[in-house]
Design a protein around this ligand. Sequence first.
Ligand SMILES: [Zn+2]
Length: 333
Amino acid sequence: MNKSKPSKLTLFHTSMLIIPEKADPELDSIAATWETEGGSVLRLGRFWEPFDTASLFPKLYGNEVFCRLIAQQADLRLVSPEDDLLLRIDSKWLNRNISLIELSALLASGSAVQFPVFVKPLITKQFQPGVYRSALELHKATEGLEIVEQVIVSEVVSFSCEVRAFVFLGSVLALSIYEGFAEEEEAGLFIQGFLSESMSLLPVTCVVDFGFIEERGWSIIEFNPAWGSGLNGCDPKMVVKCIYYATEKPVKNMDIIGAHAYSSNHEDVLLEDSICGCFYCLTIFDPCEIEEWIEDKKGTALCPYCGIDSVIGESSGYPITKEFLAEMQGYWF
Ligand SMILES: [Zn+2]
């Protein structure tokens, strides 16, 4: 029972996209789309200097160092997939051996790992991810680093094509085959199948890269944050929605008592929102999924996942995040 949604994002006009100043065709196209949607754009060159965001809600897009610095400075939270997400999804989506190993164990003589392997640091970007042909080669690349880091070790496979998908609330908003050749429809079917089974593991928005391994099939390559991923041919008109939801306000000092007023008599505003959440069962979903309403003054939503009248939408101005919903749940239930 999908209701038609407005094409524009309800709250775009209150947002300010902050991107690096450098000239770049992808940044330019995202900035132009953002402005077309009614938001404003700030290009920061010397991003370490304080800047005034006034009443606008800053949203970040750019490289990792840039976004992390601004997020810290402006007290924002970046929405990212968990570092170990690749290890937590069902292995049938991977089609190759992937494991988490301490770097020291991988480098030790007598390690069970057969080189060459693909190695990537779990959290920090301390060394270059890539295929390493021997323990010696990996040792050289990681020399001088504290050998306590855990690394993701993956069997070396070759992908005949690579695809990027920008994902929002378990749906693909934009998809592009950026390397090799594949049927877009086939790629779309794979990623939708994955999302419908794995949605609860993913953040509200992220980027999923996947590809085809000959004689094995479609496989997830990696997950990346929407705030830091290049377009790789994806349509900026769709991608800006993911970027918008990839920056959140921090939960601290939020008025969880005042927020309750937004969980009733809200049918008209809620149906304009792109996202809402339930502070009883903590599910975050698209308001068009709501099927039952209490017929009071202006209509009060019943959560489609638990049936409780505890749904709050983004137009309330409160962050629709698991953290905030859990805060409200702690007080109200
Ligand atoms: Zn619920």
